[in-house]
Design a binder for this molecule. Structure first.
Ligand code: UD1
Ligand code: CA
Length: 464
């Protein structure tokens, strides 16, 4: 039978080396906070109510971010070291089975590797198993000291290592699977490190050995998974790796992505089969894109839902909007905020929509602003149409019924309603309601003055 698993995630530190006012684990890579990636990896093997997160710096923000997952939190007010952080979890973290100890600043760890760690512990019957790897440049990491029998004898931190120990290239990833009963029996025995005064979790290895227990290592050949983020160069590197993983997975699932190294797609984005994503696009947040869609170069889509068969051209922005089947957007369109674009609708260049419901099959092909508007099905919005939705104090709604034709360069002063199948003459300023089946002209009549040009030219030039 599989031993029951629980997990402790350390996420209390400020991360001094980030030189930031923001807690390190809240910094984002691959479109979500570092600690979210760790919880994603742990969450596949460990039930949420057996995960305990140690919070400290910006505890409220970390809690708010993770609480919806259903995990537990422990407050570490003073960051006295990783061993101290784990010790704080006594009484909250489960005491049976095995505990995974994870650091919130290691976002590249995958659930497959966690499963391998657990399997290694199962096979060896050790008290604890930890993940190590061999690095060309081990600087900053704890070094692994091996015993004669090949098991792990101790971990020595960079700050506490002798010059000979600093030559060791096998490093501690900070990912451990440990017998929970032994963890809670021995965790309080860790003494503050004489060099730094911190309580190092890594000292648990020697303590277990002194108690006659064995600690083993799972040596990873791919070191990229255990990159710990301590400063911003590493943050950028993690971001690059996470995004490469994401585009690779999407391509394996049937999405075409050109020049994937130029594309930024966030961790939780979903894209359907046979959609084509051009170079230099960004698809962010909780965006879902259907099948058979096209996203043109330079386009940014954030937190939006795009149905099947939608074409979004080059250099568009789509934010918190819904676009229905077969609609065509862009190039150069801005769907700024909370829009709903109906099936088969067309939005062209330099058209901005804000909080607008744009009906099925409606068109706004060039140079328009539609804010706080309800646009019916089959409406034609002429080039240069502007809704005046803001009176300096309040926002007002413009209602445009099905089948309305709005002539070019019209100004619709909200609140105003154009009823179904009305027709607005080009260049009109519309301030009053327009009944259905009616032509509205809101401009002065044209005057032609015959012969005026000749007379003007015949006038003698003035002397001055
Ligand atoms: C740690 C390991 C080191 C390993 C490296 C891998 C220790 C003593 N050292 O070093 O062997 O090679 O990770 O990346 O464990 N934290 C708390 N409370 C604290 C201190 C830290 O919650 O009091 C959290 C931090 O927020 C961070 C994690 O623990 O998410 C690791 O702490 P950090 O200071 O980054 O440890 P490293 O020096 O990188
Ligand atoms: Ca670290």
């Amino acid at each position: 039978m599989q031993t029951e698993l629980s997990a402790i995630v350390l996420a209390a530190g400020l991360g001094t080396r980030m030189k930031s006012r923001k807690a390190k684990v809240l910094h984002e890579a691959g479109g979500q906070a570092l600690v979210e990636h760790v919880l994603d990896a742990a969450g596949t093997t460990v039930p949420a109510d057996r995960i305990t997160v140690v919070v400290g710096h910006q505890a409220e923000q970390v809690r708010a971010l993770l609480a919806p997952r259903g995990c537990h939190f422990v407050m570490q007010t003073e960051q006295r070291g990783t061993g101290h952080a784990v010790a704080m979890c006594r009484g909250v973290a489960p005491e049976n089975g095995w505990t995974l100890l994870l650091y919130g600043d290691c976002p590249l760890l995958t659930s497959q590797t966690i499963a391998r760690l657990v399997a290694a512990q199962q096979r060896s019957g050790a008290a604890a198993t930890l993940i190590t790897t061999v690095l060309d440049d081990p600087h900053g990491y704890g070094r692994i000291l091996r015993a004669e029998d090949g098991s792990v004898a101790a971990i020595v931190e960079q700050k506490a290592a002798t010059p000979e120990q600093l030559q060791i290239r096998e490093i501690n990833s900070g990912i451990y699977c440990i017998d929970s009963e032994l963890l809670w029996r021995h965790i309080a025995e860790i003494e503050p490190n004489p060099a730094s005064g911190e309580i190092y979790l890594t000292d648990i290895v020697e303590i277990l050995r002194r108690a006659g227990k064995r600690v083993e290592a799972l040596v990873l050949e791919d070191a990229s998974e255990i990159l710990g983020i301590n400063q911003r160069l590493e943050l950028a590197e993690a971001d690059r790796i996470l995004r490469a993983r994401k585009t690779k997975q999407l391509m394996l699932d049937g999405v075409t992505i050109f020049q994937p190294e130029t594309v930024a797609i966030d961790a939780k984005v979903e894209i359907g089969q046979d959609s084509v994503i051009a170079a230099f696009t960004q698809i962010l947040g909780k965006t879902k894109i259907g099948a058979d869609c096209t996203v043109g170069a330079g386009t940014v889509i954030r937190d939006s839902v795009i149905a099947d068969g939608v074409t979004i051209g080059e250099y568009c922005f789509v934010g918190t909007s819904v676009v229905e089947t077969g609609a065509q957007i862009g190039p150069f369109s801005r769907l700024r905020l909370e829009n709903h674009v109906g099936a088969g609708a067309q939005i062209g260049n330099f058209v901005e929509l804000k909080k607008t419901r744009f009906g099925a099959g409606a068109k706004a092909m060039h140079l328009a602003y539609l804010g706080d508007s309800l646009v019916g099905a089959g409406v034609n919005i002429g080039a240069g149409t502007i809704t005046c939705n803001f009176d300096g104090a309040n926002k007002h709604t413009t209602e445009i019924g099905d089948g309305v034709f709005v002539g070019s360069n019209s100004t619709l002063v909200a609140p105003v309603k154009l009823e179904a199948d009305s027709y607005i003459g080009a260049g009109s300023v519309i301030t009053d309601p327009v009944p259905g089946d009616t032509l509205a002209l809101g401009r002065s009549r044209q005057v032609n003055k015959a012969g005026w040009v000749q007379r003007k030219r015949a006038q003698k030039p003035s002397k001055d």
